[in-house]
Ligand binder design. Structure first.
Ligand code: AOF
Ligand code: ZN
Length: 356
């Protein structure tokens, strides 16, 4: 199963909206074939492995990181059919497929054909590997990472807005790696106006995320990087506050728009809109206000905080989280499963937001 997890990871977060899955076939104590799911639309891991096997699979054991699929209304045929036909006698699964169309049904079908099924081997690793997929397939909204690069005193910019660079180059490389893994980046016009960022992934073999920019009135000049694809951009604009001329400018450039009509864009609603576009994961790279909205709108799943050994101080410098606050400490947002790492001179903190 460890080998199957290793194979799954080879897809390098390129399978969206599908999960990353690895499979290994063992016969007489030997690995005789392996496979992984490379990309949505391409064969599933199990089928890859079965196709590659050069000998009969009668009596073989299949190790797979996700419950084999059994549904038909999709791009590829069900893996359960291929497994049953192959003669495989035992299937070891790391985790159930959370997809409501599968979720246990794949296992039942295998069992009803006399195949022995063992579940829950290295389940935690498998769940972590596919945290984007699990959130998306069960809620139809993206898994949201809030990324913050801040000083020891929790500031993200000086009072004049200077923020380049707070963290080390090594930390920034990790941000580029994360950009390469998520489907989209979310930011707002303030951040874009300040730095004219590209939000691309500038690492070897990096994949650029879609850029989602909250720019209600189109304040960002069209010659800024974000409005110059590739990669593609979605502008989140206000139904009434955006002039027709400006809308035409966006349309002429082929920039997709999402309209909202409330005073402030409701991020919960926006996540549903992005989910409809098959965005399964998203990283927020914004300023004090967007970070605050993200928390209070309840969309954050995971925090990734880079802390640099610097202190800016001052009450006019920008805090990592601005806006609203809790009056009582016992109400404060809580973060669970903290992981802490040193990245060159910085401290990297990762954790999941406790909800409800
Ligand atoms: C598996 N093995 O390697 C993967 C599975 O559109 P399709 O045909 O690729 O189907 C996508 C669904 O299949 C996806 O939502 C999930 O339920 C399952 N993914 N299942 O047995 C795999 N990638
Ligand atoms: Zn399948």
């Amino acid at each position: 199963m460890k080998r199957a997890l290793y194979l799954a990871k080879k897809a390098n977060w390129r399978t969206s909206p599908n999960p990353m899955v690895g499979a290994v076939i063992v016969k007489n104590g030997k690995i005789i074939a392996e496979g992984y799911h490379k990309k949505a639309g391409l064969p599933h891991a199990e089928v890859e492995a079965i196709m590659k096997a050069k000998e009969h699979l009668n009596g073989a054991t299949l190790y797979v990181t996700l419950e084999p699929c059994c549904h038909r209304d999709k791009k590829t045929p069900p893996c359960t059919d291929a497994i049953i036909k192959s003669g495989i006698k035992r299937v070891v699964i790391a985790m159930k497929d959370p997809n409501p169309k599968v979720s246990g049904k794949g296992i039942e079908i295998l069992k009803s054909h006399g195949i022995e099924v063992i579940e829950g081997i290295f389940e935690e690793d498998a769940r972590k590997l596919n945290e984007f997929y699990i959130k998306y397939i069960t809620t139809k909204t993206p898994f949201v990472i809030l990324k913050i690069a801040m000083t020891l005193d929790g500031k993200i910019a000086t009072p004049s807005g200077e923020s380049k660079w707070i963290t080390s180059e090594e930390s920034r490389k990790l941000v580029h790696l994360m950009r390469s893994r998520v489907d989209a980046i979310l930011t707002a016009y303030g951040t874009v106006l300040k730095d004219n960022p590209m939000f691309t992934s500038r690492i070897k073999n990096g994949k650029n995320p879609l850029r989602v920019i909250i720019d209600p009135e189109l304040k960002i000049p069209l010659n800024y990087h974000v409005y110059n694809p590739p990669p593609a951009t979605i502008a989140v604009v206000h139904e009434r506050k955006l002039s027709d001329d400006k809308l035409k400018l966006l349309n002429d450039r082929g920039i997709e728009t999402i309209f909202f009509s409330s005073e402030k864009v409701d991020l919960k609603w926006l996540m549903k809109e992005l989910g409809k576009r098959e965005i399964t994961s998203l990283m927020i790279e914004g300023g004090s206000s967007l970070n605050s909205y993200a928390l209070w709108d309840g969309v954050v799943d995971k925090l990734m905080i880079f802390v640099a050994p610097k202190i800016i101080g001052g009450s006019n410098s920008y805090p990592s989280i601005g806006g609203k606050f809790y009056k009582n400490l016992n109400e404060a947002f809580e973060v669970r499963d903290l992981k802490i790492k040193r990245i060159s001179g910085d401290i990297f903190i990762e954790g999941y937001l406790k909800k409800g």
